[in-house]
Design a protein. Sequence first.
Length: 428
Amino acid sequence: MRKSIKHYAVTIFIIVLILIINVMAYFQYSKNIDEQLAQQIDIHLQAVTDEMVECLDIKMEERLATFKAVATFIGNVDDIKSEQVEDALAKQAEAAGYSQFDVITADGIGLKNKGNVDYNEDKCFSKAMGGKSVMDVNEDSYGTVSGIKYYVPICEHEKVIGVLLTTSNLEQFTNYMDISDLGQYGNSFVVKQDGTLLSRGYGLDEVENISMIFGDDKSATELINSMGSRQSGYISYESESSKRYICYARTAYNKWYMVSIVSSSSIEVTSDDIANEGTVFFVEIGVLTIILTIYLVRVVFMESKGNRMNKTRYYMVSKYSDSIIFDYSCNKDTMYCNDKWKKIFGYDVERNNLKEDITKHVVSEDKERFKEIINVLMTQKEFVKFQISLLDSEGKPVSCSFKMSAIKGKKGKVQKVLGVIEVFQQNV
């Protein structure tokens, strides 16, 4: 017996050693998996938060671009306080998503029908007169927020001659930003740094501060303090039924934050999976597959949401103008133009693939100068004004005056070009 044991001692030792090593490796692997899962949660929540705030920033830029187009139209009217302007703004209010408007001249006085309000003490008005488009909250003397105000400069020959002020209520702001679609099950909100709620929906019409959503003041205080010291991040809190994560990220405008409440059950995988399977390698493959699948599915889902663009803004402005107004997307190489082009030139202008021959309708002697001006607009200036001749359906030149503005993204790259074409010589 002793001989047999001694004979197999090395084999037994190796087997026991292998078992010990495997048990130790199993527990170490389990520990590593827990740490890796925690890191994956950090990465996942950060990716979701970054995606949401990027989508919101794009939608805010698009919102201001819409009102800039309206301001461009107003700037081409002889009297910016005329009945024509006021009627046009009133007619498109519902479609454009604003409930109130005012046109303020350089002296700081609004429309007569709006009470001749004096805006000289309004800091946002001063910024807009300096050429900057501004968004701000509309609140009363008690600090109760009722909507969002947009201040956009009205220019004539590159000179600011007034300000277009439009106000959306919180429901309109929520709908036009698609805020309910950005997060998980509608649990996403836009808030000020102090926690004041700026969006509506899902039974939150009477909620004024995000602290009213949580069951305890501690979580709300922690969130507000975190937003005051960091650009983005998340905190966790325990509700009655489960653990949840509150993700937040600062937007590009004011000190507004995008906040989303995410259930832990949608992203966490616990180490119990490893023990139930009984093998380290099988659990490794299973856990990593689940994490990667959840991550990829959510990234694809959020990107599909982020690619939505509001293509109706052009029609809100161009319908009421006698000039040719166009909106060109540099990324998509597509252009929206009102029906005045066909009325003046006798044919429809191309809507896609304009980069292939951008001078197609320009007379030959103006082609090179037109290319040079477009290059300056895309690389140097944000606004250009020039005169060239375009060809009508019979090949005859028509003298035109161009005003074009470049709208840039956060990295300084031109994303859109808005323009107005006025015909001052038309061949009959």
